[in-house]
Design a protein around this ligand. Structure first.
Ligand code: SAM
Length: 309
């Protein structure tokens, strides 16, 4: 059958013209079309079947529902027929009622989305949201980081170092565990991160030249150091003028098992300890605050302390 004849046959019925005009605004499900046109499901489905066969309409499944929409008009002829159908629908007595019902249905869809957000308002940041994660936020924030040279002291296997290396000019990851350094270096090679260098060393006296880096990070590492103040002073030495130190560590806690479970030397720190060490080392513009609190006992709190050389 010729394409023209196929289109003509598909549109030779007032209900199908009405459906075409309704689908012009948005995709609709069978239920929605039923509600708008006040017709039974089998009638609507039969008409939709014929429109699908003609190629003027297409469908997509979402869970248990199927949505119908006008096909993207690949050839000029299809476009002309679609316009003809919409004009034809305007001549029908049902047109005004259809359009009112359509607006109501589309309005209800918008409200349903709003109802959800109204329900979760106030706890939205704590509920699951598809695609929302700290990892994704981390990547977003990384895009605004300039191309720095970074020293990550007590780096572990490089969770943070690897992330930074994707953006920074160079990242030097220092750790005193031979096995961790070997593992981290192999992982960096595997991930082709040529600007991430692992070095074996002590964070209190790291193998990093004086005045050579823009940023020193100590993430959950300072509480392992025998002399934390010495580590902070060492960080000052390796920073260029204007460079920054960022310390993420635990707030002082009473969870005694941390020593045995995690090998911790200190039970976290008071904000005043960190403030004193930063100032004694020579840092200016210091900022210290609790940035996270775990929901599960023993409710560890994380402090972020920073300063500038
Ligand atoms: C809790 S992990 C933190 C790893 C990483 N910074 C992070 O935030 O995921 C502590 C790391 O510090 C290392 N470490 C402990 N004492 C150290 C020291 N004196 N000098 C260098 N690294 C040390 C450990 O080997 C371990 O990899």
């Amino acid at each position: 059958m010729s394409t023209t004849l196929k289109y003509l046959r598909a549109l030779s019925d007032p209900t199908r013209l009405r459906i075409m005009a309704l689908l012009e605004r948005d995709e609709l499900s069978v239920n929605e079309l039923q509600e708008i046109t006040r017709m039974g499901q089998s009638r609507i489905s039969t008409h939709l079947g014929l429109l699908l066969d003609s190629g003027l309409v297409e469908s997509r499944r979402e869970g248990k529902r199927t949505f119908y929409k006008l096909s993207p008009q690949s050839d000029g002829a299809a476009g002309e027929f679609v316009q003809l159908a919409i004009r034809g629908a305007r001549e029908l007595p049902e047109q005004a009622g259809d359009q009112i019902n359509l607006r109501r249905i589309l309005g209800r869809r918008r409200e349903q989305a709003q109802v959800y957000f109204n329900q979760v308002a106030g706890r939205f940041d704590r509920v699951y949201g598809p695609g929302r994660s700290w990892q994704a936020f981390g990547h977003l924030l990384l895009r605004i980081v300039p191309p720095l040279i970074v020293a990550d002291l007590g780096s572990g296997e490089g969770l943070l170092s690897e992330l930074l290396a994707r953006r920074c000019k160079k990242v030097i990851a220092v750790d005193n565990s031979e096995k961790i350094v070997a593992f981290g270096a192999a992982k960096a090679r595997k991930n082709n991160l040529k600007n991430l260098e692992f070095r074996l060393g002590d964070l209190q006296n790291p193998p990093v030249e004086a005045q050579s880096v823009d940023l020193v990070i100590l993430s959950q590492a300072l509480h392992h150091a025998e002399e934390p103040a010495r580590a902070v002073a060492g960080a000052y030495r390796m920073l260029r003028p204007g460079g920054q130190i960022m310390i993420l560590d635990l707030a002082r806690h009473k969870f005694e098992k941390a020593h045995e479970l995690y090998g911790d030397r200190w039970p976290g720190f008071a904000e005043s300890d960190l403030q004193r060490w930063l100032e004694e080392a020579g840092f200016k513009k210091t900022e210290i605050s609790v940035v996270a609190r775990e929901e599960q006992p023993p409710h560890f709190e994380t402090i972020l302390a920073s300063g500038q050389k």
